[in-house]
Design a binder for this molecule. Structure first.
Ligand SMILES: C[S@@+](CC[C@H](N)C(=O)[O-])C[C@H]1O[C@@H](n2cnc3c(N)ncnc32)[C@H](O)[C@@H]1O
Ligand SMILES: [Zn+2]
Ligand SMILES: [Zn+2]
Length: 746
């Protein structure tokens, strides 16, 4: 099957200086959408395993590395060669040991470092920059060289020095096995009833533990409202008789509903937020159950006893008297933080309980004392990553899965009514602990870096496609990292990373071959507001100097959503600097994840104002589709667009928007949709919109007058809606596509 690319041959621009740029790159002509999407899809099942370098720490909106590998290849490989090999030039190179030592790739919004890492694996020279110190910190750790044995030794030393002290705070005394490790403690928030003052637990159900797949494994645990005994319960049961006190209760019901709660003492019904507002602090929590690890490795749910309470009090007392320097930084208002502020969380450290604060402080102090800078940074990165799984904003995901639902599972910071406290040091059965994340994040990344691989899918068989790892095609990952452009330029270093706004950089004029990036488009995630959660801790461990001087990672130059004008202006500023550092025939390539309609005019304006036009756009599978909430399922967006831009000075822009533009776009959109159908993919209405819009802006970007361009776009809005709806409904129904696919398999 061919590639699904917008053909713009009919309206190919006239080049200002006569000839087109000397050498076209493969990505200006085509992109093997279908094949790359299939690899990307498989990769998205276990991103942490298949692209571990970018998973040593949390970051938001991380991209699939296979897509960016393909983009880098498309930006490096000449179009002519690709054409000679058919339309699959990029694919051809995908599993070959390709190297491009003369190509300089720059990512001004590097995030977790996907572009930088992928370009580096292909032997390019790379520059990465991000305004957020947490991003910079994690990418620097990911791409620095570490000696695995030194890293292991450092871990051993930390273990020797502090693990027993930490582990002692996660112990339970049991009748049958003596002292055992606790894996998890279950907590519940409670608030005072505004009517009678009684404490009301914010349980919305008495079932507190179930399997992640309850239809297959319906056994669950519920808590007796009368005596707090733990009863084995089927998830669907509506009546349980307590084994211990004989009380009958409906395990599906708890005192708290979505917004209101009912006081079990005076029966009054009240809004939870109002009860929270009567407090001058975040709501308190009560421990009600735990999971212990038996000596044979099995788990057991047990109620909380006096030993557990005393142990927690001891941790609290040690925290109070021990002079621990955990960060105490205020949370600023913002789109992603307002909800926690409403719950009276005014400081970041309030998101942890005393035992968590104590044990995190013990570890953080130990890490601060690591002498070697790069090892200290690596372990600070590890501990910071643990914060996500060890706050009182975590909850229980269920049996049969990574047990901890982490702090950022809702994007905004959402106060958790029934938090799960995990064992910070961890046991072999733990998830998200210091010792397990050391293996799963740090060691896995280091092993990958020594021997990086790509995923390859086998041909279709009746049983579906197998994947295998292909080794020995990439260069080893990592090297000495320049921290200023001059050093990078003078020395023979292959990587230059910096932290700051990409609207101004120290990169020389006209040196970059391709900017390959993924800008933060209108996606409601305000990176800096969330990143501060980690930042305040990293800053304590690394010292409050240099990039860690400020109390927050927020910056007025950050490109983010709040206000569309400011967003566009900030994006223009970054693209302008990209224009400055790019060679005359350099490429600006970025992915666009569709969100709000204004997004299209914002990018078009940014591209145009910064002095670029769009040479080509390619659809590509979006890895975000899995995260789309149910209500959007009718029209999920499965498609991102890769936008390939060049400097506007290369062409003679159209004086007017071409008259036949709309009909051409409709025709091509239909062709692309058909091609998708041929590959057995039925597109959602939003997908079709994305494809149509991408086609429209490709031509619009070549018109001279920005005002005309933008007014065309806004006046066409309604018509676009109607046309898209038409193209969308003309597709074959999904059932037919599935049938065709099955016929092909046999
Ligand atoms: C969508 S994320 C990039 C994600 C990345 N592609 C990945 O796979 O991890 C966008 C990034 O842009 C950064 N950013 C926002 N404004 C910036 C600016 N003015 N200069 C540099 N970086 C900025 C944010 O901190 C964020 O890390
Ligand atoms: Zn009972
Ligand atoms: Zn009451």
């Amino acid at each position: 099957m061919g590639t699904l690319t917008h053909k713009v041959a009919e309206i190919r621009p006239i080049y200002a200086n006569g000839d087109p740029p000397q050498q076209r790159k493969a990505i200006e002509r085509s992109f093997p959408f279908v094949e790359i999407s299939e690899i990307a899809e498989r990769q998205s099942w276990r991103k942490d395993v298949y692209q571990p370098v970018y998973y040593i720490h949390k970051w938001w909106a991380r991209r699939l590395s296979s897509v960016f590998r393909a983009i880098v290849l498309g930006a490096c490989a000449p179009a002519e060669g690709a054409a000679a090999r058919g339309s699959d030039g990029v694919l051809d190179l995908f599993y070959k040991p390709s190297r491009f030592p003369d190509t300089l790739i720059y990512d001004p919004f590097m995030g977790s470092g996907t572009t930088v890492g992928e370009a580096h694996k292909l032997g390019c020279r790379v520059i990465g920059r991000d305004i957020n110190p947490v991003s910079y910190f994690m990418v620097k750790n990911a791409l620095s060289t570490h000696d695995i044995s030194e890293v292991r030794q450092t871990f051993k030393a930390i273990e020797r020095d502090v693990s027993s002290r930490i582990k002692a705070y996660y112990k339970a005394r049991t009748e049958h096995y003596g002292l055992v490790d606790v894996l998890y403690y279950f907590w519940v928030k409670f608030v005072p009833c505004p009517c009678c003052g009684a404490q009301v637990d914010l349980f919305d159900s008495r079932i507190f533990a179930r399997n992640a797949r309850p239809s297959k494994q319906p056994e669950a645990k519920s808590l007796c409202p009368a005596c707090e005994a733990i009863n084995s319960t089927m998830v669907y049961q509506t009546e349980v008789k307590c084994d211990q006190c004989g009380t009958s209760y409906n395990p599906q019901e708890g005192p708290a509903g979505r917004t209101n709660a009912t006081c079990s003492h005076c029966q009054s019904d009240f809004p939870i937020i109002e009860a929270v507002r009567t407090l001058d602090r975040p709501p308190h929590h009560r421990m009600y159950a735990k999971v212990i690890l038996r000596p044979d490795g099995s788990k057991e749910y047990l109620p909380i006893d006096e030993y557990d309470q005393a142990l927690y009090r001891e941790a609290s007392a040690e925290l109070r008297t021990g002079n621990f320097a955990y960060p105490q930084v205020a949370i600023e208002a913002g789109y992603n933080t307002d909800q926690v502020l409403n719950y009276n969380y005014t400081h970041w450290h309030q998101m942890f309980n005393h035992r968590q604060l104590l044990c995190l402080s013990i570890l953080s102090e130990r890490i601060r004392n690591i002498e070697d800078d790069s090892l200290r940074a690596l372990f600070a990165c590890l501990l910071s990553g643990c914060l996500e799984f060890n706050s009182m904003f975590c909850s229980f995901k269920g049996e049969g899965t990574g047990a901890v639902r982490h702090t950022f599972s809702h994007h905004i910071l959402k106060p958790e009514r029934t938090p799960l406290e995990a064992n910070l040091w961890g046991t072999p059965e733990s998830s998200g602990s210091f010792s397990t994340l050391f293996e799963q994040r740090i060691l896995r990344a280091l092993e990958y870096k020594e021997n990086p691989f790509e995923l390859q899918l086998s041909d279709r068989t009746n049983g579906g496609r197998q994947s295998k790892k292909v080794f020995n095609i990439n260069r080893e990952v990592g090297g000495e990292i320049a921290s200023a452009y001059d050093d990078f330029q003078r020395g023979d270093l292959g990587i230059y990373l910096s932290c700051g706004s990409s609207s101004h950089t120290d990169i020389e004029d006209g040196v970059v071959d391709a900017v390959i990036t993924d800008p933060p488009f209108f996606d409601n995630v305000h990176y800096s507001q969330l990143a501060d959660f980690f930042y305040v801790w990293i800053r304590e461990m690394m010292g409050r100097e240099g990039i860690f001087q400020a109390e927050t990672t927020r910056s007025s130059e950050e490109v983010q959503q709040t206000d569309s004008r400011r967003f566009t202006d900030n994006l223009i500023a970054v693209f302008k600097d990209c224009h400055r550092v790019l060679k005359d025939d350099g490429l600006l390539i970025f992915t666009y994840h569709h969100s709000r309609p204004e997004g299209w005019s914002a990018i078009l304006e940014a591209i145009h104002e910064a002095g670029f036009y769009i040479e080509a756009t390619h659809p590509v599978k979006s890895e975000m589709s899995v995260a789309i909430p149910k209500q959007q399922a009718k029209s999920p967006i499965d498609t991102d667009i890769i936008i390939v831009g060049r400097k506007l000075a290369l062409i003679e822009p159209f004086p007017e928007v071409p008259v036949n533009l709309f009909s051409e776009c409709v025709e091509e959109t239909s062709e692309i949709v058909e091609a998708f159908n041929e590959s057995n993919r039925r597109l959602s209405c939003s997908d079709v919109t994305v494809i149509m819009m991408a086609r429209l802006i490709t031509t619009l970007s070549r018109a001279r007058d920005l005002e005309k361009i933008l007014s065309y776009l806004s006046s066409a809005e309604r018509e676009i809606g109607a046309v898209v709806e038409g193209v969308w409904t003309q597709q074959k129904p999904r059932e037919m596509l599935v049938e065709e696919r099955q016929m092909r398999l046999f």
